[in-house]
Design a protein around this ligand. Sequence first.
Ligand SMILES: *Cc1c(COP(=O)(O)O)cnc(C)c1O
Length: 475
Amino acid sequence: MVLKLALGIVEYLGTMENELRRLPSVDRVISEERIRQLREIYPHSLVVDLVRQRLEEDRLAITHGSTCPSLDEIVDSICSRLQTLAQSSLRPVINASGVILHTNLGRAPLSREATTAMELVAAGYCNLEFDLDSGARGSRNVHIEQLLCQLTGAEAALIVNNNASAVLLTLTALAKRKEVIVSRGQAVEIGGGFRIPDVMRQSGAKLVEVGTTNCTYIYDYEQAISPRTAALLRVHASNFRVEGFTHSVTLEEMVALGDKHGLPVFDDLGSGCFLDTTAFGLTPEPMVQQSIALGVGLASFSGDKLVGGPQAGVIVGKKLFVDKLKRHPLARALRIDKIRLAGLVATLVHYLKGEALEKIPVWRMISMPLDDVERRARLWAQALGDLAQVIEGETMIGGGSLPGSTLSTRLVAIGEKGGQRNLAQPLAQRLRHNEPAVIGRISGDVLLLDPRSVLPEENDVVLRALSNAVAGLKQ
Ligand SMILES: *Cc1c(COP(=O)(O)O)cnc(C)c1O
């Protein structure tokens, strides 16, 4: 018995030695034609490194019982590793998911004017912090402050990296070691792990939650006011809706209470909307200019949600407070870069000119007539032959705005009819592997594609992707 086991081990070690001996040397791999070609593009040391790494992994795998891979397999993997390294994995996709502001897909697509402005400042130098009149140092904020004040009616404005930064900066600069009163129903998580109470703790402000999850009254705020109170905070419940027996306090009531006690209201608007969403059959999204008109101390919002610009955090409000934020050291750490600043200015100019609906992609999508959506859905469905049908559906705004409010749309549905039940997943995968990838949404066994979240300019690309995907399936 013992002898048999020992013989077994000896035999095993013998095979392993054999396999290790078959493993090619570094020189042998490097002399392969395909690797020689790589050495014409990449530095010799990089190629040798990758070869060494791969052979080391093979050696380890063999000692764990694997067999030796062929020379071809080894060369293949080195070529594909170099390709992956040299090619950005970040690439454009077509968003047919029917969620207009999809955070995982990069939120707002930009207008042509915005991307042109970004390209211009990206490729060269610009007067980012340089006053062309005096030749002295300037401030990057001057390029956007007046525009924002004009659009919102605010006294002053400041741009930072994103809205999470705006909330952090506001609370750090104005409420550190003091108390900020917020409704329990607004101490929320807005997705991606961003929890309002956590940010507040980072700022050093003490969060005083008042009311209950579904009901908060103005006297709840009033009872919580103490000499340590720095502000009243409103957070727009951007991704959920409480239904049934609810009561919340209006911004007017909060501002009036704040005035009575000499306390400012900070309004985290989330999306930050300049246009009236009810004109498109949506629920009303709070507008920035309304908050300012009601007299909040500061309001903050994202640049890349309903504003439709690049990632940014916009803070508007009373000069007294904005000035304090500008002077705070954290403002330097959270500042925006020149490229996104240029894109945001160009986006805001669309509102100034009254051309937002025609120029800003997210607003073009929101305002797209249902007939146009339907026509495009039929075109897409045709490309899929008898696999698809056009059905009624809903487009979501997403990105933490208009919770529960949707737009009527027409969807291309694949796998609705019996007999095609298993098509949704393989087709969705084929579309994801298209160049560019086309992203739909899966509901049950059905793949849904929404033309509303796809710009008309991208129609041909989608049609080609659909034909390719179907052709691939039939093979
Ligand atoms: C989206 C959102 C934020 C965070 O904004 P970012 O620009 O993503 O940092 C903060 N507060 C609310 C209410 C939001 O909806």
